[in-house]
Design a protein. Structure first.
Lengths: 231, 394
């Protein structure tokens, strides 16, 4: 059998699988998830992620950074839950090298990819910075490392640094903009920054009011602080 | 030859008269909404077996198709009349007032006979129903003899010559076959109507049926005759939508009645004396309740509780919202609701349930706000009441 034929067969099989999975999943209407009891990260991992998300979304005068907005907590809870276990993905071989449009094809769950990459990053930092951890480095050095991972020019021992950076960046943005019930977007900081009013249903009263700020504060699935003010 | 023609003519006339009576009986059975209780979910119409929850236990409705073995095929006209107007079925079996014979007793004999003619015209359905399902001691039907003596006032409706034809027709339907008070009148500890508070609102199966007197806050004061007719005809009128048990009443009964009869019922209800309301000052509205209302309710019900005609009920001035007992309100917020779907208004607008989105404190706060804003005034519900409704709405 020619290699092209094999690849095409794999492609067909995987598209069929994708269709089946899409049909099974249906529209998601799950109740709000409870916070996972046990955190996923070790103390050192948590410190590294908290430092990294604050470099990916640094704080400024108007908006808190990734750390204060809870992105690290969001990622921790996601990795401790079904996402971290790839619970909704088909995770059996063969694991072919996919084309970019096919998305991640890693045999590793996100939890294992974080664990592996964070261990490699810790080793790298201890070797390169005289035993220091990532979180202890000055911001400029942290940026240098993150840029190196992003460009693929900095190689981590035993982990795909570029893929890890892409994963971390995506999860950080998810944590910054997802509903606060998932642990990130604390005080709806991400929504306030972009002016997103949250889970509101209807804007008929405002549709015709052009070039005026929308007056209502953002609201999440579990409400907003004003819901619990005393009478 | 002439004799045969005369016989044929007689038979035709006779048949026509019977057909007329059956048609009239079908209409009157629709007024009484017999089909609602006497049909099990998914079961054959009128074949009984629907569970009816009462404070004394759960009953099952009887099979009233003309099946001889399991239905009422063996009943004479007189036996049927005695059951409906005196509450005693053949064999001296006393009926529970879950079958509203205390109302049907107001109906005229020819109307009861017409209903019987209609039921006899149906196809018999064999469906044995165990109607004696109440727990001890309520399974002793002879107890109903005492109940009847204490609470049952038999007697046909008498027209009031001082009132016009519409008022009298409306009263005949409301107080008789329509049995509005079965839900809209409060019950005493024995399950009998508190007649002094007739049609002032009642609690049944975890629903508050609002008052039907023209009282300002808890009744029909804001309603017009046209609004009431539209509500009963289409399920939507007066800024309100029929939902819960009333949606079923509209779908199966009132939407099929003549305009003359609906108008008569509205005339009668709006002309009755208004319930004397205790003056209630609006309770302070919690800021939290206002915030929740703005975020979760205002999109449909409007910033000022004004609603949208035919789609979203108005909360401002609503008798359900200001009911003395907040059960219906709590229940609708928890479970959501669906309005009646009728030929005239087939959509059946729906509201989602908020049981998983709002906690007890939040629901109590938003209901306190709704019950005391825009001119509304009524006691704020307590979070514990919400918790109880979560467990067992009935």
């Amino acid at each position: 059998m020619r290699p092209e034929a094999l690849r095409r067969r794999d492609l067909l099989a995987s598209s069929a699988m994708a269709l089946v999975l899409a049909a099974c999943a249906g529209p998601a209407s799950l109740p709000p998830p409870a916070a996972e009891a046990a955190p996923f990260f070790t103390a050192e991992e948590a410190a590294t992620i908290a430092a990294a998300v604050d470099r990916l979304i640094p704080p400024d005068a108007a908006t808190p950074g990734g750390r204060e907005a809870g992105c690290a907590d969001f990622i921790d809870r996601q990795l401790a839950g079904p996402y971290g276990r790839s619970a909704d993905l088909y995770m059996r071989p063969p694991f072919a090298e996919g084309i970019p449009q096919q998305g991640p094809q890693s045999p590793l769950t996100p939890a294992r990819r974080y664990r592996q990459a964070l261990a490699a990053l810790a080793t790298y930092c201890r070797n390169a910075y005289a035993g220091q951890e990532f979180a202890q480095l000055p911001p400029a050095e942290q940026d240098r490392i993150l840029r190196g991972l992003e460009a693929g020019s900095l190689h981590l021992p035993g982990a795909n640094g570029h893929a890890f950076f892409e994963l971390l960046l995506a999860n950080t943005m998810e944590g910054f903009f997802a509903d606060p019930i998932y642990g990130g977007n604390r005080d709806m900081a991400g929504w306030r920054m972009v002016g997103f009013p949250g889970t509101r249903y209807d804007y008929r009263d405002y549709v015709a009011l052009h070039n005026q700020p929308y007056p209502l504060p953002p609201v999440g699935l579990a409400g907003r602080p004003a819901w619990h003010q005393p009478a | 030859m002439r004799g045969i023609v005369a016989l044929l003519l007689l038979a035709l006339l006779g048949g026509g008269a019977r057909a007329d009576e059956v048609t009239r009986g079908r209409y009157l059975a629709t007024v009484g909404d017999c089909i609602a209780c006497h049909t099990a979910p998914g079961g054959a119409p009128f074949a009984g077996g629907r569970p009816i929850a009462t404070p004394f236990g759960t009953l099952r409705s009887a099979n009233i198709t003309p099946d001889r073995a399991s239905g009422i095929g063996g009943w004479s006209d007189a036996a049927f009349d005695r059951a409906l107007r005196a509450g005693i079925a053949p064999g001296g079996k006393y009926l529970y007032p879950a079958c509203p014979f205390p109302y049907f007793t107001r109906a005229r004999g020819e109307d009861i006979a017409a209903i019987h003619a209609y039921l006899r015209s149906l196809a018999p359905v064999g469906n044995p129903v165990q109607t004696d399902a109440l727990p001890f001691p309520f399974d002793i039907r002879a107890l109903m003899r005492g109940w009847d003596a204490a609470f049952f006032r038999p007697g046909v409706w008498h027209d009031d010559p001082a009132q016009d034809a519409a008022w009298n027709r409306g009263g005949y339907l409301v107080e008789g076959l329509g049995h509005c008070g079965a839900c809209h009148t409060a019950k005493n500890a024995f399950g009998a109507d508190e007649t002094r508070r007739a049609l002032q609102g009642g609690l049944l199966q975890g629903w508050w049926a609002p008052g039907l007197t023209p009282a300002p806050r808890t009744g029909l004061a804001g309603w017009s005759i046209d609004g009431l007719v539209a509500y009963l005809r289409t399920g939507s009128g007066g800024g309100q939508l029929a939902s819960g048990p009333m949606a079923e009443v509209v779908e199966r009964s009132t939407s099929h009645l003549s305009d003359t009869d609906l108008r008569a019922m509205a005339v009668y209800l709006l002309a009755r004396p208004a319930r004397t309301e205790v003056a209630v000052r609006p309770a302070p509205t919690p800021l939290a309740g206002e915030a929740i209302y703005l975020d979760r309710c205002a999109a449909c019900h409007g910033r000022a509780g004004e609603g949208t005609a035919g789609l979203f009920p108005a909360l401002r001035g609503s008798a359900v919202v200001q009911a003395p007992r907040p059960q219906t309100l709590i229940r609708v917020v928890l479970e959501g609701g669906r309005a009646a779907a009728t030929d005239a208004a087939p959509t059946g607008a729906a509201m989602p349930g908020f049981a998983s989105l709002l906690d007890n404190d939040e629901i109590a706060a938003v209901l306190a706000y709704i019950r005391n804003s825009w001119g509304n005034a009524s006691a704020p519900p307590r979070p514990a009441q919400v918790e109880r409704m979560r467990g067992s709405p009935g």
